[in-house]
Design a protein around this ligand. Sequence first.
Ligand code: G3H
Ligand code: ZN
Length: 287
Amino acid sequence: MRTSSLPLLKHAQAHGYAVPAFNFHDLVDLQAILAVAEEEEAPVILMASESTIRFAGFPYIEAMARAALKDSRALFALHLDHGRELDNIVKAVRHGFTSIMFDGSYLPLAENIRLSAWVVDIAHRVGINVEGELGQIPGTEDDISVAEQEAGLTDPALVAGFVAQTQVDALAVAIGTAHGLYKGEPKLDFDRLMAIRKETSVPLVLHGGSGIPDALAQRAIELGISKLNVGTELRLAYTGSITRAVQKREINDPRPMLNIAREAVMEAVREKIRLCGASGRARAIEV
Ligand code: G3H
Ligand code: ZN
């Protein structure tokens, strides 16, 4: 069943777990995510980034999500991840997305607030909820790249004002995670997370979920993270499984390869769903 992400996030917030949110790119990883969500009875957020939209196109993404409604019992939201182009945001609304992230984190604060509020205004008219971002998450996500020195952790003192002025439904925070894999162990600023949590009641989102040690991810969830974004680990499972398979034999049919990839992605998805404490939660969510 398709829903906006807010009921999922609110349920997670009320029950102390996080909704796993996965980047997908095509039919193979989309099916992998949905298959495990169904098996685990876990709510999931399917995230398409702007580069996935350039790769697959809105009509195909919309069609895959519609097919999932017929084919799968999984409870999911379809989310635009790191939306920066206003044109994409309007198109996402028209193409069946139920949830949008407006990423104005690279803009001066006043501009981030102004545009986030604009996006919230159009999205709320049609029942779509919006995630905003305050602070900047370093690393590379698809073709968005933020250098360490440009990145800035979320300032708790700005949180209440940002949420009040934009009316965002969820807030992505920068507390030390990064997009992509980590060179060493990431240092998460839990004091900052606690301070942010005190400033707002909207669900908080942790980006850069790949490669965070389980204990740190669980601590972040205990301290109020209600959505954990994971992309790189699924991409590595997908491409790594194919690379290994190709090294073993000559390939003349993509389907066996893609089956291997689907299974590898399923394994990574299952691990994150369990890490988030999301298994079995879909039954209890009313949408
Ligand atoms: O928005 C998506 C996530 O922040 C993905 O981050 O690729 O480091 O898992 P990741
Ligand atoms: Zn992200």
